[in-house]
Write a protein that binds this ligand. Structure first.
Ligand SMILES: C[S@@+](CC[C@H](N)C(=O)[O-])C[C@H]1O[C@@H](n2cnc3c(N)ncnc32)[C@H](O)[C@@H]1O
Length: 247
């Protein structure tokens, strides 16, 4: 997969390219991550890409011609981008379902704003706008890196264990079940016996139920869309009725 990020701060993206699992994916040729400087499209010697907002008010706005020139350059790439996305607090929320869709792209282009963001006319030039949450960052770079991290880990070969993302929060429609490792005891807190029983079916049952419990307690909204079977529904009814059942 190829991801091209247009930004006023290419070094922020480049720093991500050489470390941890993204760095390994890049080194192994599974991900091509490139940062391009938006200032190249400034059309002036100072590299200034912003201007004052029409109508007045605080802050500066990134010019639409700058966005248009960057997008035109990206669309001439080989392979041509199958998606151009703008990072914006006004975009659609970045969910795991969106990430799964983006991870199927051959070439994804991400545009990072700064200041008050892009001139609104840039919105018509992109395929989608993506928000990473209901808060405002100072720039789109961290949001773009969230997209990079979340999509890269779904690419074949990027994670050591190809199955490890299948049980992740949201992928199953639920939050993930709780995990434990050594030490067996920490300041009086132990590990559920079933996890040491060696009984795979019982472990799987416990994990499913704990995932349901966590989701009910922390994100009940997810249960409205999660694929549930009859056992799941019975367990949720028991939990909701306060009749917690030990396995
Ligand atoms: C200071 S913000 C602009 C905020 C804008 N005036 C607003 O209130 O919607 C500058 C840039 O940061 C990025 N950004 C900030 N918060 C974001 C979020 N939650 N998701 C995605 N990008 C974000 C966008 O690229 C945005 O153009």
């Amino acid at each position: 997969m190829r991801i091209t990020v247009y930004t006023l701060f290419p070094h922020l993206i480049e720093a991500w390219r050489s470390e941890a699992l993204v760095g390994r994916a890049v080194a192994r040729g599974l991900l091509h991550l490139e940062a391009r400087d938006l200032r190249r499209f400034a059309g002036n010697r100072t590299g200034r890409v912003d201007d004052a907002p029409y109508g007045g008010g605080a802050g500066m706005v990134i010019r639409v011609d700058v966005a248009a020139a960057a997008i035109a350059e990206a669309r001439a790439d080989d392979p041509e981008p199958d998606e151009v996305a703008l990072l914006s607090p006004a975009g659609a929320p970045l969910t795991q379902a969106v990430v799964e869709e983006l991870a199927t792209r051959r070439h994804l282009v991400l545009l990072c704003g700064r200041y008050e963001g892009f001139d609104a006319r840039a919105e018509a030039l992109v395929d989608r706008e993506v928000s990473i949450g209901d808060f405002v960052l100072m720039g789109g770079e961290l949001a773009a890196l969230c997209v990079v991290e979340a999509t890269a880990r779904l690419l074949p070969g990027v994670l050591g264990d190809a199955d490890s993302h299948r049980q992740d929060s949201f992928t199953t429609g639920l939050l993930d079940y709780p995990e434990y490792t050594r030490p067996l005891e920490h300041e009086g807190a132990g590990v559920p016996d079933v996890l040491r029983s060696g009984h795979h079916a019982e472990v799987a049952k416990w994990r499913r139920r704990e995932a349901l419990r966590r989701t009910l307690e922390r994100r009940p909204d997810l249960l409205e869309r999660a694929p549930l079977d009859d056992d799941d529904r019975r367990w949720l009814e028991e939990l909701s009725a306060g009749r917690d059942v030990d396995l």
